[in-house]
Design a binder for this molecule. Structure first.
Ligand code: AN7
Length: 372
């Protein structure tokens, strides 16, 4: 028997809407590390168990691969020849890679000048048709929904329900790794697909065994096959300049250094609101300054190099642990959504400068002694 890991569709086939007719398009996504933080939790002065689900370790460097393997496999099942998405960068990278593998054309709409080079390079290298629009993500999303009615292209943004089906598997992996659900799950919120996907996953993992479940109305298909007994409290963090859930309405000119979540009109509004209210969780906002500090600390104190948007979950969790909103003794998981190599410009701008010295022993020695 081969033990080679073949991606999340094969791993969770019995919990996903696929059958023997579905041509599985996979890059062995999923099965990402759940890394316990060993240095940062102590900075809160409280005792908690804190983990990051490092989904930046997926094949294209973000959690989007989980949804994209499902969306592109289902598009292939329908015989689609082309896919389309709007993106702040990571969805376009994932769409481009999975389309390349499936022999499809990917059309990606990105906001001009607002995605980091790593993500642009991915879309271009995988052969997507990159359409840079003079507008933001929300403008692109609107156009994608319109064009899908006029041209033979399959939308692979998270308005495509298969995306959330793939993304729910991260919750299964966390429950399996911990042997139970965490007490709190903290996550960045942009277009609000991922928080919605996690809630589906955590709910299915425990057979929706809570009184009021908007997902299944008490008729969970997995009740007989539970992985755990409880669901976590869901906490969604937004960048302060792009925080429609805090404002209670769409934001027309979202702005943040965390370009991945520079989104003002989240498509999964209702699902995300339901996840937070059903779990008795909350949304909160984080300033660019705060999230950049945590972005630096995750890399320099924990060895976890993520992109700025991804640090917001850990930043918010640390703040809420310190204030006691998340109680001492809790098991807290934070999704770290994308890899740091996606956005090296922001990382370099925030790090200590490179030291340039002459190529001789005395210079190297004195440089070392200066830093000890
Ligand atoms: C690193 O790529 O929307 O709340 O177009 O890339 O599910 O949207 C990216 C979103 C968090 C927010 N962290 O997740 C896109 C896009 C990273 C991201 C989010 C994104 P959602």
């Amino acid at each position: 028997m081969t033990t080679r890991y073949k991606g999340l569709i094969e791993r969770y086939r019995d919990r996903l809407p696929v059958d023997s007719n579905t041509p599985v398009v996979s890059l062995c996504e999923g099965d990402t590390p759940l890394i316990q933080l060993v240095n940062l939790p102590a900075t809160t002065g409280k005792s908690v168990e804190m983990y990051v689900k490092f989904d930046g370790m997926n094949p294209t460097g973000s959690f989007k691969d989980r949804g994209m393997t499902m969306a592109v496999s289902k598009a292939a099942e329908k015989g689609a020849k082309a896919i389309v998405c709007a993106s702040t960068g990571n969805t376009s990278a994932a769409a481009a890679a999975y389309a390349a593998r499936a022999g499809m054309t990917a059309f990606v709409l990105i906001p001009e000048g607002k995605i980091p080079m790593g993500k642009l390079a991915q879309a271009m290298a995988h052969g997507a048709v990159v359409l840079q629009i003079r507008g933001n993500f929300d403008d692109g999303m609107k156009l994608v929904k319109e064009v899908a009615g006029e041209a033979p292209v399959e939308i692979v943004n998270s308005v495509n329900p298969f995306r959330l089906q793939g993304q729910k598997t991260a919750a299964f992996e966390i429950v399996e790794a911990l042997g139970k659900a965490p007490d709190y799950h903290c996550i960045p919120v942009g277009n609000a697909g991922n928080i919605s996907g996690y809630w589906i996953g955590y709910s299915e993992a425990c057979g929706h065994n809570t009184a009021s479940c908007t997902l299944c109305n008490g008729d969970c298909p997995y009740l007989e096959n539970k992985l755990t007994e409880s669901r976590p409290v869901m906490v969604g963090y937004q960048a302060a300049g792009a925080a429609p859930f805090l404002r209670g309405e769409p934001v027309s000119e979202p702005e943040t250094v965390a370009t991945a979540i520079r989104i003002g009109n989240p498509q999964s509004w209702d699902l995300a609101k339901a996840a937070v209210s059903e779990s008795k969780g909350w949304f909160d906002e984080i300033s660019d300054e705060e999230l950049l500090v945590t972005h630096g600390l995750l890399a320099s104190r924990e060895g976890v190099f993520c992109e700025p948007a991804s640090a917001i979950s850990v930043c918010g969790a640390l703040r809420d642990i310190k204030s006691g909103k998340i109680p001492e003794g809790s098991v807290v998981t934070c999704t770290v959504t994308g890899h740091g190599l996606k956005d090296t410009d922001t990382a370099i701008a925030g790090a200590d400068p490179v030291v340039t010295i002459d190529a001789d022993l005395a210079s190297v020695k004195s440089a070392i002694l200066n830093h000890i």
